[in-house]
Design a protein around this ligand. Structure first.
Ligand code: F6R
Length: 625
């Protein structure tokens, strides 16, 4: 759960590394560091905190070099500028400068940056310590530097390949040594590593945006491969050293997509991008008026979708909430039973799953450790596994029998917004496709749903426009409340859960979310005049029931903030605050309600002066258990 970057070429390496880290900061941001080759070794600068701290340290160090012969002269003498950088999200070892990357062996021969976890690091470390190595950090990553150094005899590529064979876990790393100036060597196992090829320069990173300002020619690296990068080009070799010929492909991502585009934060920008994200996800799949085409789902063909007897969804966090909504759509429209499971729990049960089950792993990053493990567990038991992810080439895609992509673009804000709504949209499409294949809906019902999905981006845009001001205003007014309760029923319940999670994670306000019908079985004891109760009350067959639940809340003096469907009068004179979203199919309409809840959380976090894009203790990609 870290970001790594490397550069070799003729540019000022610190600038390239810092710019790359900036774009990778969403992957981890509790400490960071860079190392730049000099003729006398490597200048290493590390700091605790987000990149601003490192930038300051690098700025000072660069300034200081005018008077420091070692740094400036050493770099100037080299034929190329070469360096590596890292932004960290702590797993093994506290957030300290000593634990920040880059790491090196005790002779400072090899510098490395590592993403992921070396699972057998304790065994390796014991061996290395017994052999006389001295460690300077608490990290698992440092063993990589020592392992490479231990077998280095003048050929870094060989040393990386040999060391790599001993490493277990999921990781990607890049190594360099001043003994071979201009050379970077990278390897990976289940963690991303991509190469950017420029004219007389090379980049390597955890993700493409890190070098998108410099080149669009990208080469992917597979598990077990070792890549040597020099300014003049790259050489990829396989496990046994055989050369692999792989040509770069050109990516068409716009650098703009990685920037805030005029909004005050990535999260706000991404909330506004939801209509586009859904439009992209839905577009070519709803060309037919009478059904949905999901495209290539690998080995998951129509026959299989007709025959499966059950769907099991495994996911974490916000993606789990997408699964919960999907259950209502799939069961109502396609009449296939659905179970939705937290991946972290599922993987440690002995779930009953088999060849008639379709297991869907939902993960926007495609790298969430628990979700991947749950998918593997189901696949091992004979189930067919479909991945729903936003990231092409991610581990989830590689490991599944088929993959359905959301097309939300890069999501930088740590709190999922546009990836969530795109996931739900994609799952709605799957539900419609299942209904079509299994004949569970009348033609008219099918075509109404397809039409509603086509129209959804427009409704999302309308919802953002219609609710932003009100939700922000309400947020400012209730920002000081110490606790919020969220309630909902039917497809509105997962939306309540998601709204509560958003508020918790970005505003650090304690929340609970409950099925409204369960209030009287416990949570109602929490309520008093100071408690705002956020109620998802969009049109549905259970709206009347929700109204009764809201009355129970009002009777305890709590304040009700309701999200309802435009034109609804059910909560008139009952709810203090009312936010309306456009009318559509009741299940699809529940999704619209998440938008004012995202905005409400956003407004409260902003009012409290918090960094909404990088909430404390969280990271965008959770590659640890
Ligand atoms: C919340 C959030 C997390 C993720 C969870 C799963 O806003 O982003 O709860 O949803 O960590 O992540 P993915 O979808 O990448 O598997």
């Amino acid at each position: 759960m870290c970001g790594i970057i490397g550069y070799t070429g003729s540019r000022e390496p610190r600038e390239v590394l810092m710019a790359g880290l900036q774009r990778l900061e969403y992957r981890g941001y509790d400490s960071a560091g860079i190392a730049v080759q000099s003729s006398v070794g490597a200048d290493v600068i590390r700091s605790v905190g987000n990149l601003a701290a490192l930038r300051e340290a690098v700025g000072l160090a660069v300034g200081a070099e005018t008077d420091s012969a070692a740094g400036a002269v050493g770099i100037a003498e080299l034929p190329s500028s070469t360096g590596i950088g890292h932004t960290r999200w702590a797993t093994h070892g506290r957030v300290t400068e000593a634990n920040a990357h880059p790491h090196c062996d005790d002779q400072e021969t090899i510098q490395v940056v590592v993403n992921g976890i070396i699972e057998n690091f304790a065994t390796l470390k014991n061996e290395l310590v017994a052999g006389g190595s001295a460690f300077s950090s608490e990290t698992d990553a440092e063993v990589v530097a020592h392992m490479v150094a231990a077998v280095y005899d003048g050929d870094l590529v060989d040393a990386v390949r040999t060391a790599n064979r001993r490493l277990e876990g999921h990781f990607a790393f890049v190594a360099m040594t001043a003994n071979q100036p201009g050379l970077l060597v990278g390897a990976r196992h289940e963690c991303p590593l991509v190469i950017g090829v420029g004219e007389g320069e090379c980049f390597v990173a955890s993700a493409v945006p890190a070098f998108l300002d410099y080149t669009r020619l990208v080469v992917g690296i597979e598990d077990g491969e070792v890549v040597a990068m020099r300014p003049e080009g790259i050489e990829i070799t396989g496990l046994d050293g055989e050369t692999i010929d792989r040509q770069p492909t050109e990516v068409d991502w716009d650098v703009e997509t990685a920037e805030k585009g005029g909004f005050e934060s990535f999260m706000l920008k991404e909330i506004h991008e939801q209509a586009d994200a859904i439009a992209e996800t839905v577009a070519d799949r709803t060309v037919r008026a009478d059904g949905v085409d999901l495209g290539d789902l690998g080995s998951i063909d129509d026959q299989l979708l007709r025959e499966i007897s059950r769907i099991v969804i495994v996911a974490c966090g916000t993606s789990y909430h997408s699964g919960l909504i999907a259950r209502y759509a799939i069961e109502t429209w396609a009449r296939v039973p659905v179970e939705v499971e937290l991946a972290s729990e599922y993987r440690y049960r002995t779930p009953v799953v088999g060849k008639n089950d379709l297991v869907i792993g939902i993960t926007q990053s495609g790298e969430t450790r628990d979700t991947l493990a749950a998918m593997r567990c189901a696949r091992d038991a004979g189930a067919t596994v479909l991945a729903l992810t936003n990231i092409m080439g991610s581990q989830a895609e590689r490991e599944a029998d088929g993959c359905l992509f959301t097309r939300a673009g890069l999501e930088i804000g740590v709190a999922a917004t546009k990836t969530f709504s795109s996931q739900v949209a994609a799952l709605f499409l799957l539900a419609i496709r299942l209904a079509e294949l299994r004949g569970s809906l009348e033609e008219k019902q099918l075509s109404d749903l397809v039409a509603a999905m086509k129209h959804l981006p427009h409704l999302v845009d309308q919802t953002v426009a219609a609710t932003e001001e009100t939700a922000m205003e309400i947020g400012r007014r209730y920002a000081k409340a110490g606790f919020f309760l969220y309630i909902g029923r039917h497809a509105g319940l997962p939306i309540a859960l998601e709204g509560a999670l958003k508020l918790k994670e970005i505003a650090y306000v304690p929340t609970d979310a409950y099925a409204a019908g369960e209030m009287k079985h416990g949570p109602i004891a929490l309520l008093d005049e100071a408690t705002p109760v956020v109620c998802v009350a969009t049109d549905s067959a259970v709206l009347e029931k929700i109204v009764s639940n809201v009355m129970e809340v009002r009777a305890r003096g709590a304040v009700v903030i309701a999200v309802e469907t435009e034109g609804s009068t059910a909560l008139e004179g009952i709810a203090e605050e009312r936010i309306a979203v456009p009318a559509t199919d009741p299940i699809i309409g529940a999704l619209l309600a998440v938008i004012p809840l995202q905005l409400l959380a956003y407004s409260i976090a902003s009012e409290l002066g918090l960094n909404v894009d990088q909430p404390r203790n969280l990271a965008k990609t959770v590659t640890v258990e």
